[in-house]
Design a binder for this molecule. Sequence first.
Ligand code: GLU
Length: 494
Amino acid sequence: MPMDPSYFADMEAKIPRGKVRTRFAPSPTGYMHVGNLRTALYTWLIARNQGGTFILRIEDTDQGRLVEGATDVIYRTMAECGLTHDEGPDVGGPVAPYIQSQRRDTYGKYAQALVEKGCAYYCFCEKAESQEEDFQRREDPCRSLSAEEVQARLDAGTPYVIRQKIPLEGSTTFHDAIFGDITVENSTLDDQILLKSDGLPTYNFANVIDDHLMGITHVVRGSEYLSSAPKYDLLYQSFGWDVPTYVHCSPVMRDQHNKMSKRRGDPSYEDLKAQGYLTEAILNYVALLGWSPRGERAEQEVFSLQELAEVFDTGGISKSPAIFDIEKLTHFNALYLRAMTPEAFHAAAEPYIRKTATNPDLDTRAIAGLLQARCEKLTEIPEKVDFFDALPEYGLELFTNKKSKTNSEVSRAMLEAAIPALEALPAWDQDSIHDCLIALAEQLAVKNATLMWPVRIAAAGRTVTPGGAVEICRILGREETLRRLRLGLEKLTV
Ligand code: GLU
């Protein structure tokens, strides 16, 4: 039965036009890998740079791969990253629904329309999906079934798929913003399935229908889709539709030869967060994985999302694969941690400080102040500050330090002098402790370090600490400091 043309006219009438419209179209797999996050970011940046509209579309037609709660990961990640969408399943929009499984009827109608145009055909051959690869499409007997034969099989309830009828001859040329013009011989393209036997479309069909019906102007996706692009172009041609601008991005690699992969343990966005990386640093680094600023900003490395939206252009996207370098990300993270206001850093660091420095009397702001310039990741914090809660076991050898000119004997003399001096201090604040110890070093005619080293070792029980002796004593408080210094002295005396 021929399709009602008014259905298609109504669908065309709904398509928003005149503005840049981009979409991020993830399949709900349960995590956002780095390549996906980069696609989302670039897609969002193109829309924002052009004052356009950014759409979130959920591609869930592969029902076998659905993962419970997976769309929540997508929403959460996008929201955390500030990649706000203007249209999508949760916010609606003029071309709803934005979840492919809810658009099933639409795909069926367009597939039938293609059959009527002679650009697709019903295929009744029973094949397992695994056989699909080896099947010689050109020899598919269904390609040339008469309309009556098709109808008879449909009436008999024979299961079917609908396949694209690729022209046997000629070539197809498509344009990609990154890779330029690409031409392929039609004879190398397969009659891919458009509609599966369960009535749901394949990705290969759904993306074309939805990108058209949603008025998408720029399609940003991984370069693994380049080889399918000629088939998509043929579909656009069959319908007489304009082809959107393709922006195929080269993969993000774990090394020279391998793509990043969750299965091999490469981190997703959520993993990176859990490893102590800041969202802003992740986004900044991911933006530069395969894109570089040009012109005046060519040397700039640190970009806020807002700045990226101002300068992003597809001309800066590279054809070469990018290698994900965790050290580089760590470098960005440290830059971002250092650039935070002390308040913001304290807010971010406090939960980590509290994992090991649990004593409620401890001043977490002061501890955060010591850490800000000294950590690259928030997750380093707990082990750096655990000595505030409990003095670790430590050996006497820690008191010996060449550079500070200390050994056990010197250290004992220093602590013997420092304890009464600190006991006598009228106020326990940074300046008083500092001035007292500096004056004492002078009085004892030793280098400041000769006095500070044993005080810090006795106070912290370790050689590497965030902050020096003065800061640590001030945070520990007078009573606890003196208790620890006396313990140190006892150790040195026996
Ligand atoms: N659902 C596809 C994916 O997750 C999207 C590809 C595209 O953006 O067209 O890979």
